[in-house]
Design a protein around this ligand. Structure first.
Ligand code: MG
Length: 158
């Protein structure tokens, strides 16, 4: 049976950090603040996959108080989520995700993001959807104080 999960994540944009989204380093004067590399897109996808399994969230599996996850690339979290899917005898059907950022432009990096996400989850790029939108200058995203991402995952489970 196909199970669906959702994920949402947001991180603050700060100076002195590199910006990673979907596993891709994007040139920008600011980066996302967080314990790991703060890749909000990969975190939202991770939560969507865990949600489809009915598992607890990314913060449960990878607490931000654990020094092991300090500044690590977030693909590690996706690899672990995919490992849990496999342990349960499941298969990821597809992922669809949206990045909400006022800046920088996300579109030129989407193909690379899909490659990174697909590699981390050990699925085909064709199973990964990544889209991007702005917040039309409104709110904290519009003021470029942060970047959010949301995702849906569907997982076929026995
Ligand atoms: Mg996060």
């Amino acid at each position: 049976m196909v199970h669906v999960g959702t994920g949402y994540d947001v991180h603050q944009l700060v100076t002195g950090r590199k910006l990673f989204l979907g596993g891709v380093e994007i040139p920008h004067p600011k980066g996302l603040e967080g314990h790991s590399d703060a890749d909000a897109l990969m975190h939202a996808i991770c939560d969507a996959v865990l949600g489809a399994l009915g598992e607890e969230d990314i913060g449960h599996f990878f607490p931000n108080t654990d020094p092991r996850w300090k500044n690590v690339p977030s693909k590690i979290f996706l690899e672990e989520a995919a490992r849990i899917v496999a342990l349960r005898g499941g298969k990821i059907v597809n992922i669809d995700a949206t990045v909400i950022a006022e800046a920088p432009k996300i579109y030129p990096h989407i193909a690379a993001m899909k490659r990174c996400i697909a590699a981390a989850l050990d699925v085909s790029e064709k199973q990964i959807g990544v889209k991007a939108t702005t917040n039309e200058t409104m709110g904290f995203i519009g003021r470029e104080e942060g970047i959010a991402a949301m995702a849906v995952a569907s997982v076929d489970l026995p």
